[in-house]
Write a protein that binds this ligand. Structure first.
Ligand code: FAD
Ligand code: DHB
Length: 391
């Protein structure tokens, strides 16, 4: 079997790449280890930057997103007994975020690929990439199947096979682990606030988000290695109440919890994001802690760059943009790394912090919520900086 671009992984990165390439007349095959049901149900991100929304709409996969997504023009930072709104409409006019579940983006992209007779294969075992240092790379999978291609896109997430296939000594890894995780739940209850609430308390961080007028999404900072079994519903609600009901007049509505998970927190970048004819995109190349809501959005930004580079390659044979792929992505990647680390340190409780460290954190929060310049820094990073290609 032969295709132009072999794509490993049907997360947002792999599916969007396949779709954008199709729009440019470039063929691809997507190989995914999990089932379609599994990837469509995997609950993760919820915040789409303006540029991500624009990219999906321009690619013709934004119809449901525009109908069902919830546009937000601000977020609240809650600490010290008060809430402080970061007002995007004033700080970054014309730019907003949209709350729309990642699995909905994935569903929309799968539907678009299948409607266009795209080749997306689920439950594919034993994917391995070969001869990536040559211009004849290929992929093997299943019981001896082989996919020949010009280029391989590693869109297989942090635990995938493509990044480890790059020979030793090529990549430099930059990494930071955090001593906590996020316990995330989905609950059938109307959101208790119109906008997202990022709450910093002495007991740890809490986030109030949402998916729809009927479904709320919550996260709690918990110690790394936390076992879900230790968190029955009553404990989740009690802790959310303690961390969120800290301002006068706010009470948290509760409901049936129907999904739960624990996400470790890590910052990671592998450089360069390419080797030979293998190009890494999204979580395969970099991970951010979720506090800044950047992971999915970065995956979309990588895929835009890779699509442009591949379009040039197939148009006139020039590998110039492909050669510059990693460098073109890394500037945005590192901005998001810094922002995500910054939001994480601003809002979480670190056991290693002494009383002095906590005072610094509160001073920083006071600055962000009282200075227009500092608030604008948060706002422009949160809604997403413009793409380098100007779109
Ligand atoms: P993935 O979504 O991980 O997709 C990789 C795919 O490759 C998967 O389908 C996997 O099954 C497949 N795969 C792996 N190994 C193989 C193999 N060997 N063979 C074949 N297929 C393979 N980001 C945001 O932008 N905003 C947010 O609000 C946000 N919140 C988050 C909240 C949580 C709780 C979590 C966990 C993440 C959050 N993120 C957020 C991050 C975001 O979910 C990820 O950055 C995003 O999923 C990256 O997409 P991807 O396609 O690169 O990787
Ligand atoms: C959500 C996730 C995030 O990481 C974040 O910063 C805000 C919202 C969410 O899943 O709704």
């Amino acid at each position: 079997m032969r295709t132009q671009v072999g794509i490993i992984g049907a997360g947002p990165a792999g599916l969007l790449l396949s779709h954008l390439l199709h729009l440019r007349g470039i063929s691809s095959v997507v190989l995914e280890r999990r089932s379609r049901e599994y990837v469509e149900r995997r609950v993760r991100a919820g915040v789409l930057e303006q540029g991500t929304v624009d990219t999906l709409v321009a690619a013709g996969v934004g119809e449901r997103l525009l109908r069902e997504g919830l546009p937000h023009r601000g977020i609240e930072l809650r600490y010290g007994g008060a809430g402080h709104r970061i007002a995007f409409e004033r700080l970054v006019p014309g730019r907003a975020i949209t709350v729309y579940g990642q699995q909905e983006v994935v569903k929309d992209l799968i539907a678009a690929r299948l409607a266009a007779d795209g080749d997306v294969r689920f439950e594919v075992d034993d994917v391995a990439v070969h001869d990536i240092g040559t211009d004849r790379p290929y992929v093997t999978f299943g019981g001896g199947e082989r996919l020949d291609c010009d280029v391989i896109a590693g869109c297989d997430g942090f635990h995938g096979v493509t990044r480890p296939s790059i020979p030793d000594g090529v990549l430099t890894a930059y990494e930071r682990e955090y001593p906590f995780a996020w316990l995330g739940v989905l609950a059938r209850v109307q959101p208790s606030a119109e906008e997202l609430i990022y709450a910093r308390t002495e007991r740890g961080f809490a986030l109030h988000s949402m998916r729809s007028p009927e479904v709320s999404r919550f996260y709690l900072q918990v110690p790394a290695g936390t076992d879900l079994a230790d968190w029955p519903d009553e404990r989740v609600w009690a802790e959310l109440r303690t961390r969120l009901e800290t301002v006068p007049g706010f009470s948290l509505a509760t409901g049936e919890i129907f999904e739960r998970g624990v996400t470790p927190m890590r910052s990671f970048v592998a450089e360069p994001m390419q080797y030979g004819r293998l190009y890494l995109a999204g979580d395969a190349a970099h991970i951010v802690p979720p506090t800044g809501a950047k992971g999915l959005n970065l995956a979309v930004a990588d895929v835009r760059v890779l699509t442009g580079a591949l379009a040039r390659f197939y148009a006139d044979g020039s590998a110039e943009l492909l050669d510059g792929y990693s460098a073109a992505c890394l500037k945005r990647v590192w901005r998001a790394q810094h922002f995500s680390w910054w939001m994480t340190t601003l809002l979480h409780t670190f056991d290693s912090d002494d009383a002095y460290g906590r005072r610094l954190q509160l001073s920083h929060l006071d600055y962000v919520t009282s200075s227009e310049a500092a608030a604008a820094t948060l706002a422009e990073n949160y809604v997403g900086l413009p793409y380098e290609d100007g779109d």
